[in-house]
Design a binder for this molecule. Structure first.
Ligand SMILES: NC(=O)c1ccc[n+]([C@@H]2O[C@H](COP(=O)([O-])OP(=O)(O)OC[C@H]3O[C@@H](n4cnc5c(N)ncnc54)[C@H](OP(=O)(O)O)[C@@H]3O)[C@@H](O)[C@H]2O)c1
Length: 332
């Protein structure tokens, strides 16, 4: 049995999803010869550390009942630096101003000789190349499937399944909130403000929806794809961005009459990176509705390959994180 020790830094929706997935899959993984032991969990108030393996059920219950997993005052960096383990799962909030605390956590993990698996876009949308180099310099894996498209395995598809292909371009819808708003506006002929309010009531849109509706979240994800796939050194500020706030029900109605839908499309081709509302034919693979995400990869050998699925959610995002953890477990 191969024992892989991990820490979970950030114990919100995603961190807890990872803990639940490990609990649910423990027996299956043991049958495959892999034993995942969580030796440290951290939230904003403190940490639980147990070198012999944390009882995940109790940790989840404590978080639910007390609002924190903390049993001690150690912080995330104490775990990353001082607790012996193999993989740091970084799932703290996305910060696109300076990337912290995720950025510091990731660099500290590489310095301490630990692989990093993350769902946190901020550090990658700002300092992708440095992070990748820090991992490579230390002979470590840096895996970030969950940063783009939630459950949708975009990087695995491109780097593993489509290995050998040259990627010519990538198009996608990478923000579920804006896709939901545009879908509802078109279906119900409702104005933007009303649909946004509905989305906020349903918990699909944040109280401050700026990052989503102005296209910034999409730009961050597009930049991560471009850097990862085309070896660029871009930040989200290099993306030409137009959001969805000025789209009217009349424009959607006109598109509909001509058999089109309007989608917030992310596009990466060569050096050009754009996020903008586009007319998409109703039967086009990008024309997915509701909160779905989709990525369409244009390659020289395989042609166009399109995948779609849930772009967010606790367990859905944990699916991508678990897949990255298992990649490392099997390859290191
Ligand atoms: N939710 C999704 O569906 C989804 C999908 C894809 C990617 N992501 C990304 O994944 C990351 C986590 O998302 P989430 O939805 O789980 O966010 P969340 O529910 O807000 O959880 C964030 C967690 O990080 C903890 N935290 C904050 N500052 C910390 C610090 N300095 N040290 C240690 N822990 C700290 C918080 O502590 P407290 O619990 O004490 O507040 C909380 O447990 C974000 O970067 C997000 O953009 C999320």
């Amino acid at each position: 049995m191969k024992t892989v020790r991990i820490s979970i830094i950030g114990f919100g929706a995603v961190g807890q999803g990872v803990a639940r997935s490990i609990l649910a899959k423990r027996e299956d993984l043991n049958k495959q010869g892999i034993d995942l032991q969580v030796v440290g969990i951290s939230d904003s108030k403190g940490s639980e550390i147990n070198a012999g393996g944390i009882n995940l059920k109790s940790a989840l219950e404590r978080k639910k009942n007390k609002g924190t997993v903390a049993k001690g005052k150690e912080n995330a960096l104490d775990i990353i630096r001082d607790v012996e383990h193999n993989i740091v799962v970084e799932a703290t909030p996305t910060n696109i101003e300076n990337g912290e605390p995720g950025l510091g956590n990731m660099f500290a993990a590489f310095e301490a000789g630990r692989h990093v698996v993350t769902s946190n876009k901020g550090p990658l949308a700002l300092r992708f190349k440095e992070l990748k180099e820090a991992a490579e310099d230390n002979g470590l894996y840096f895996r970030y499937e969950a940063t783009v498209g939630g459950a949708v395995p975009i990087f695995n598809l491109i780097h593993e399944a489509l290995a050998g292909n040259t990627v010519i371009g990538i198009e996608g819808i990478l923000n579920g909130t804006t896709n939901y708003i545009l879908t509802r506006m078109a279906e119900e002929r409702m104005p933007y403000e009303l649909v946004l309010k509905e989305a906020q009531e349903l918990g699909i849109a944040e109280a401050d929806p700026t990052y989503d509706v102005e296209g910034i979240d999409s730009a961050c994800k597009l930049v991560i794809i471009a850097n990862s796939v085309f070896g660029q050194d871009a930040t989200y500020r290099d993306v030409e961005v137009t959001g969805i706030t000025k789209i009217t029900p009349e424009a959607l109605e006109l598109a509909n009459k001509n058999n089109y839908v309007v989608k917030l499309v992310c596009e990466a081709r060569g050096n050009g990176l754009t996020v903008a509302p586009r007319l998409v034919p109703k039967r086009h693979p990008l024309a997915v509705g509701g909160t779905l995400n989709v990525a369409s990869i244009l390659t020289d050998l395989a042609g166009r390959i399109t995948i779609s699925g849930k772009g967010a959610g606790s367990i859905e995002t944990a699916s991508s994180i678990l897949s990255d953890i298992l990649f490392i477990a099997r390859n290191s």
